[in-house]
Design a protein around this ligand. Structure first.
Ligand SMILES: Nc1nc2c(ncn2[C@@H]2O[C@H](COP(=O)(O)OP(=O)(O)OP(=O)(O)O)[C@@H](O)[C@H]2O)c(=O)[nH]1
Ligand SMILES: [Mg+2]
Length: 353
């Protein structure tokens, strides 16, 4: 079996965390599975990919291009995975990820007929964004969330442990009525709930190969895309004292960034901070919006003196402003902890420019 699934969904909806849990579960209970992290940025090490590696997952990354537009690279990676004995490959898509049903699924079906079994096109939505969508309070994001869900064969209500049974049932009923022809599942990568049902859906079912009616030139989509900037920073931080708490540093840095982007009137749907020591100990902090609590999904087990750090984000903020704000925040908080920094790679650009 040469199964392939695209996992789409808004920034921060839980795609990477779910793909990690899914590849582990699938490999343990069914057959070999590999995840691909796909994002823009020339020759970079993606935070999502590094996280998957630190978590011990079978993982690959595709950078530089969206998998929508680099079919040769994608098929070369897929073929290598299947030749290596793998049965299922899952990949996310960068940015808002609208259009992969057409570009990736139909592109593969037309150009590589019979080579891959396309699994249901899977779209995640997290409880908070679903509530905003249902209440008509999602603003520009509402168009994107709706367009993503209209591409779906399988809608995954992610982070489902955050909802009680009744709220979960309501959410799934609403999704079923609003997006007819889709299947819905509630899944929590955190607790493992729903993972087996997701594995079975991907293994046993096929993509619908629908042609969703989406106006890719719609002003709402173009405006939202055009307002986004991408920022990437990779550095090494060294500290002389031996009681340095890497997780406290990441949490303080995330808080400093949150304050400065909020003051600048910008929004950061998802900013990832990942740091790791030479022995594989690691910490992660996520900023999921200017007004949401900072998440620390993984903490360092021990103090460390030498760490690699990755900062990746897509933010609704002009490129130069974001570059200045993030640079200042990294300097301010690193000075507070008396860290010596060596920058390895920095990349930033506005998607509308
Ligand atoms: N409570 C809860 N949090 C989760 C769950 N899955 C993911 N998260 C958290 O949600 C945040 C975003 O998760 P990611 O997996 O990085 O989201 P993503 O969709 O890959 O984000 P992008 O790469 O920016 O598009 C992280 O802080 C995760 O720890 C879950 O099942 N439950
Ligand atoms: Mg991700």
């Amino acid at each position: 079996m040469r199964k392939f699934a695209v996992v789409s969904g808004f920034l921060g909806s839980g795609k990477t965390t779910l793909m990690m849990a899914l590849t582990d579960f699938y490999s343990a209970h069914y057959a070999g599975a590999v995840m691909i992290s796909n994002d823009l940025g020339e020759g970079v090490l993606l935070a999502d990919h590094k996280l998957a590696q630190l978590g011990g997952c079978r993982a690959l990354q595709i950078t530089d291009e969206c998998i929508c537009f680099c079919r040769d690279v994608l098929t070369e990676r897929l073929n290598a995975c299947y030749e290596d004995g793998c049965e299922l490959v899952v990949s996310d898509i960068p940015g808002f990820g609208v259009g992969a049903q057409e570009h990736v699924y139909h592109g593969l079906a037309e150009n590589c007929p019979g080579q891959y079994e396309l699994a249901p096109f899977t779209v995640l939505i997290e409880p908070r964004n679903l509530a905003l969508l249902r209440e008509g309070r999602a603003g520009d994001m509402g168009f994107i969330l709706d367009a993503q869900l209209r591409e779906a064969d399988l809608i995954v209500l992610s982070k489902c442990e955050l909802l009680d049974e009744k709220a979960r049932g309501d959410a799934l009923c609403w999704l079923a009525a609003r997006y007819p022809g889709t299947e819905q599942l509630a899944v929590s990568a955190k607790t493992g709930e729903g993972l087996d049902a997701l594995c079975r859906a991907l293994r046993e079912r096929k993509a619908s190969m629908r042609h969703p009616e989406i106006d890719y030139d719609a002003d709402d989509l173009q405006n939202a895309m055009g307002s986004l900037s991408e920022y990437y920073l990779q550095y090494r931080a060294v500290v002389c004292c031996d009681d340095f708490d890497g997780s406290a540093y990441l949490a303080d840095l995330a808080a400093e960034i949150q304050n400065s982007v909020r003051s600048a009137g910008c929004e950061v749907p998802h900013l990832k901070l990942l740091a790791w020591g030479p022995e594989g100990d690691y910490g992660k902090a996520d900023l999921l919006g200017a007004d949401r609590p900072i998440e620390l999904p993984h903490r360092f087990a021990r103090p460390c003196t030498d760490l690699g750090v990755l900062l990746n984000t897509s933010a609704a903020c002009p490129d130069e402003t974001l570059n200045r704000l993030l640079g200042e925040a990294v300097r301010t908080v690193s000075d507070r902890y008396q860290l010596e920094l060596t920058i390895f790679k920095k990349d930033h650009f506005g998607l509308g420019e």
